[in-house]
Design a protein around this ligand. Structure first.
Ligand SMILES: NC(=O)c1ccc[n+]([C@@H]2O[C@H](COP(=O)([O-])OP(=O)(O)OC[C@H]3O[C@@H](n4cnc5c(N)ncnc54)[C@H](O)[C@@H]3O)[C@@H](O)[C@H]2O)c1
Length: 250
């Protein structure tokens, strides 16, 4: 088991892809802290992991608040004694065409997706520096590398996530902390379902996928396990695209 005796935080782990990461990391032996705004669903994931014989804890957290990100990491270390991997997965998506983006829409995306990733990483790095090891896995999106209409606020934050990944990777080398990013293609979750309310979604997003379908949450787990475990000790500042071939196509 690749995460035996290790502790991992998964932000946004109450549902969707984050839930698959939380359960998958637990199956590999990790103690898992699920950090999310959704207490009911977060506690369900905690219970599901415990039912599998694993150790889990739900911590209600708004990652856009620095104080809550700091408290999350403290609670994790107080409970399990270390923090070996942080998966920065929580994010929001509210579509608006570029010319109609409101100040509120822009600020909301930045607060959760970019600042949340930054604040959780800063808090985790403080602990990981003392340990002299750690893994930070940031979840970006293919939208950071290629555009889709209506998603400029969201995609801008996902590009920021890649920049945070590379900057942090270089700055944390002296403490043996690796920072990498997973870049998912469109995956079948609540987030994708909300985007599907747009009638152009199938034409614009699903039809061009060379594999011919949306991804499944569990199909992203391997990439996260690679970056969260010692398998990736010589890999830092990198991005791994898992998108059914979309970005390979021209
Ligand atoms: N689903 C896709 O097609 C897709 C594609 C590319 C990238 N991604 C990325 O994968 C990740 C997971 O996506 P998903 O589809 O599972 O999303 P989702 O909407 O199903 O789940 C997101 C989770 O984040 C939580 N969350 C939102 N704001 C929060 C906050 N301020 N503090 C703490 N938790 C908060 C939500 O409560 C929810 O549980 C996101 O980073 C997303 O950008 C998803």
């Amino acid at each position: 088991m690749r995460m035996q005796n290790k502790t991992a935080i998964v932000t946004g782990g109450a549902q969707g892809i984050g839930k698959a990461y939380a359960v998958g990391l637990a199956r590999e032996g990790a103690n898992v802290v699920i950090a999310d705004l959704d207490e009911a669903k977060g506690k369900e994931v905690e219970a599901a992991i415990k039912a599998l014989g694993g150790k889990a804890l739900f911590v209600r957290t708004n990652i856009s608040k620095k104080s809550e990100a700091t408290a999350l990491v403290k609670k994790t270390v107080d409970t399990f004694g270390s923090l070996d991997a942080l998966v920065n997965n929580a994010a929001i998506l509210e579509a608006q065409p570029v010319c109609e983006i409101t100040e509120e829409n822009w600020d909301k995306h930045m607060a959760v997706n970019a600042k949340g990733t930054l604040f959780c990483s800063q808090a985790a790095a403080e602990v990981m520096k003392k340990q002299k090891h750690g893994k930070i896995v940031n979840i970006s999106s293919i939208g950071a590398l290629a555009a889709q209409a209506g998603l400029c606020s969201y995609h801008s934050t996902k590009a920021a996530v890649l920049t945070i990944t590379r900057s942090l990777a270089l700055e944390l080398v002296p403490w043996n902390i690796q920072v990498n990013a997973v870049v998912p293609g469109t995956t079948n979750t609540g987030m994708a379902e909300r985007a599907m309310s747009d009638p152009n979604f199938t034409k614009q997003v699903v039809d061009p996928i060379p594999v011919g379908r949306l991804g499944k949450p569990e199909e992203l787990l391997g990439a996260v396990l690679y970056f969260a475990s010692n398998d990736s000790d010589y890999c830092t500042g990198q991005t791994l695209v898992v998108d059914g071939g979309v970005l390979a196509f021209c």
